[in-house]
Design a protein around this ligand. Sequence first.
Ligand code: PLP
Length: 470
Amino acid sequence: MKYRSTRGGMTPQPFSDILLEGLAPDGGLALPEQLPQVSAQTLESWRSLSYSELAAQVLGLFIDDIPPADLARLTAAAYTVENFGSVDIVPVKPLDHGVSLLGLSQGPTLAFKDMAMQFLGQVFEYVLEKRGTSLNILGATSGDTGSAAEYALRGKKGVAVFMLSPHGRMSDFQRAQMYSLQDENIHNLAVKGVFDECQDIVKALSSDLDFKAQYRLGAVNSINWARIAAQVVYYFWGWLRVTTGPDQPVSFAVPSGNFGNIFSGHLARQMGLPIRRLVLATNENNVLEEFFRTGVYRPRSAAQTHATSSPSMDISRASNFERFVFDLVGQDGARVAALWKELAEKGYFDLSNLKSEFESHYGFASGVSTHADRLATIKSIHQGTGVLIDPHTADGVKVARAFVEPGVPMLVLETALPAKFSETIQEAIGQPAPAPEHLRNLGSLPQKVEVMDCSVEAVRRYIQDHAKIH
Ligand SMILES: *Cc1c(COP(=O)(O)O)cnc(C)c1O
């Protein structure tokens, strides 16, 4: 299987080559030339598999340049009881009225990004070792992505992580989670600035092509194909857990930001998994809900982007959305390139002529959830079922409720645990979220962090002194 670009301008490449790249050379995103199909019979044969065995099967459909036995070893190392707290790895937790949670946040950083990152950590190490090379991951984080990447890559051979975070602007929990890592290949750089300035430094250094090549800089951002592929697995897992035989429809609701998580659901559906609806939930930053309601995609400016109580969904534009548009316009790369050119010129594009297909052909539905909705949903679920959900998951539950149908299980993707967002939990139910047992003393662990000036040169020097370059 080879991968092409959504803009049609890349020579098809194998998985291991696109794994280590960001954008395609033509500015597009990587997608398989042909999506593998899964028959009802194959699907039934997967019912008894463990999560890591299922992951090896599903990922094996996308990866043909890693031998199946090696791939099975990588998924077994990623999806362990030690990392995810139970043999299920992804437990299904019933709520009420046909709605259940798909428990994706049992991993080391308590958010669904661990699901893909833990696999990425394994496959990075494997491919780098095969090639006898190294990689220095440079990124900026305001929370979830950076910590998931650090926990996945800690102690891995051939990889170092340089993660910039805004000094003094993350929650105590997030700081403790990242900065308590003592591994020699993890570098926390607390920059005296805001998140956008951290990102600007990352951009400046990665667009310095000589520096980038000399120090083998790479990224693990949300457009990474291996992350998308690893996320496809849990849609299959969820379906297998709540059905008893072939062709039974299941709907999924997904708290969305960059359109990565729900795009994996779209792939699962296109591969033949009987998904009835893909329900996209946004918070007040509703650029995606607006698209599915009107057919117009209009990214926002930073000033138009609200800071909400589901912060990991505070996006101005959705970086994976282009992958869906590629399908919408009949996999026509030239058309996608033209749409993104139009976007750059006019600030929006209009696909309202295709609107009837969003739901009828692709199964999408969408809705918005506000701060008041989050609080009310957290409270009512807690009162009614005793289960505490985080604010992002609450957005998913709120929007899902409008699309529940008799006889169709609705699985809401649990994208984080409440302990990560305790302030909002306190506001909703009058008491903080309990921290998981093994993290009770996180705040008292020693922290390893380099505080530095908000300057490209300071970060450049640090990388020169600490990068892996063999
Ligand atoms: C990243 C994240 C999201 C958004 O996921 P996308 O793949 O960007 O749509 C939602 N909730 C939480 C808790 C996250 O960390």
